[in-house]
Design a protein around this ligand. Structure first.
Ligand code: GLU
Ligand code: MG
Length: 437
């Protein structure tokens, strides 16, 4: 194939969109150390085009997209397309110092504080659900026919993700029309968020080279089955051993895991502005969608915001090494660095205050009265993005987690995003997100 090879210096922005610049791969050696130029106001780009006004950046200033060598991706698609090559970057100052607007740096700092104060490191993995943009008759849920109908998309996705180094574990036809799910092996902290970004971009590209388009948007239309980005997480102690399991305690959750879970539930209404930050995200949440019917802790319960995931004890498998919590609300309109960052901040708050492990709900929350639900600590959740931004604003602690530049940029983007949807009905709103995500 003629043409130069190109390598992207990319980052995932506040709206979860991957943007950046491309350099000639032949020039990489001299470019990697200093990165590529970037414009601070780009942090205020909305997912529907244009820069949010007002924004804290204006026309001045310069930053750099500095690649993290550990994130290098190179996926070959044979004759079908040129290789997909990129690095994920930190956004830094022109002197190489931290920039307060960088979402990846925000997560790195949260992880650093978690380790320093609580003595644990986060291990996490995202399960991404997505749908083909296809309105033809769908094959049956979970069926082999659904996988074969899109062949060779499945093998190409798994092969491409393997080349990208994200350790894919499953490719499966899901419950929704033309819906699939991919999960990858857990990774530590920053790498877990990197994997989420890489996984979505590689899947999009695998679809493109096979002549298809996929969307990770929360809903294709208001009545559809949703696309979630469930996050499984656990902790490693200073010795590198699992620090989430305690056989003697409710839910087999170690004291630190219980405190962390309580911190997440306490701040859940404010977290919604980061984990479900699209206008259509809120149509996906709610009872009997297996997304998050109530903001409480459940065991093997697909209707709770936090689920204690099952462990397998077949063939002597060690429960402590598998034990994990699943955060079910998040979707792909979110920036994975912000999502993990605010979850860590909320959890760490629970650890600092030594909160009690929340009671564990084993029933369908829809069967409980508001009074009964309150006994499970479930706070009322915002019903829209606008309400979620209000709840964030009211939660002084949560507001303080972000440096002011990042906070103001984020809220500015989200308010501008909402104003760009003014006058649209739910179906049109879903369509707008499905076109972008
Ligand atoms: N599609 C559901 C969601 O929107 C999740 C279904 C499941 O995998 O449990 O979160
Ligand atoms: Mg699923």
């Amino acid at each position: 194939m003629i043409g130069a090879r190109l390598t992207g210096f990319l980052y995932c922005d506040l709206a979860g969109i991957v943007r950046g610049r491309l350099v000639a791969t032949a020039d990489l050696e001299r470019r990697v150390a200093t990165g590529a130029g970037w414009v601070p106001a780009n942090l205020s780009l909305t997912p529907f085009g244009g820069i949010a006004e007002p924004n804290p950046h204006g026309p001045t200033g310069d930053v750099r997209l500095r690649p993290d060598p550990a994130t290098r991706v190179c996926v070959e698609f044979g004759e079908a397309a040129t290789p997909l090559e990129f690095f994920l970057c930190d956004v830094v100052g022109t002197d190489g110092g931290d920039w307060a607007g960088c979402p990846r740096t925000f997560l790195a700092r949260a992880l650093h504080d978690l380790e320093r104060e609580a003595g644990v490191r986060l291990l996490a993995s995202f399960e991404h659900e997505f749908q083909l943009v296809d309105d033809g008759p769908p094959p049956l849920a979970f069926s082999l026919a659904a996988q074969r109908a899109v062949d060779p998309l499945g093998p190409i996705i798994v092969g491409a993700l393997t080349q990208a180094g994200v350790e894919p574990e499953f490719f499966l036809p899901e419950y929704g029309d033309h819906q699939f799910e991919v999960s990858c092996a857990p990774a530590e902290g920053l790498a877990a968020a990197d994997r989420s970004v890489i996984t979505k971009e590689v899947i999009r590209e695998a679809a493109r080279v096979t002549g298809r388009r996929v969307t990770f948007a929360p809903l294709r239309h208001p009545q559809a089955v949703g696309n979630g980005a469930h996050i499984h997480f656990s902790f490693l102690g200073p010795d590198g051993e699992p620090a989430i399991y305690d056989e003697s305690r409710p839910g087999q959750l170690s004291p630190i895991a219980g405190q962390f879970a309580a911190g997440i539930l306490t701040h859940a209404p404010a977290l919604a502005a980061f984990v479900t930050p699209g206008a259509s995200s809120f149509l996906r949440l709610g009872p009997h969608r297996w997304s998050s019917g109530a903001a409480c802790l459940g065991e093997r319960n697909r209707e709770t915001l936090l689920r204690i995931a099952p462990v397998v004890e077949i063939a002597g498998h060690d429960a402590a090494r598998q034990h994990n919590l699943e955060f079910r609300a998040a979707d792909a309109t979110a920036c994975p660095y912000l999502v993990l960052g605010v979850l860590v901040r909320a959890g760490l708050n629970g650890v600092r205050q030594a909160l009690e492990c929340p009671p564990i709900l084993r029933d369908d929350p829809a069967a409980l009265s508001p009074e009964e639900l309150r006994q499970f600590g479930a706070p009322a959740m915002p019903g829209s993005l606008s309400e979620a931004l209000d709840r964030l604003h009211e939660d002084e602690t949560a507001r303080g987690w972000l440096p002011p530049l990042l906070y103001d940029s984020y809220v500015g983007v989200k308010r501008a995003e909402l104003s760009l949807l003014d006058g649209l009905d739910d179906a049109e709103i879903c369509r707008r997100y499905a076109d972008v995500y």
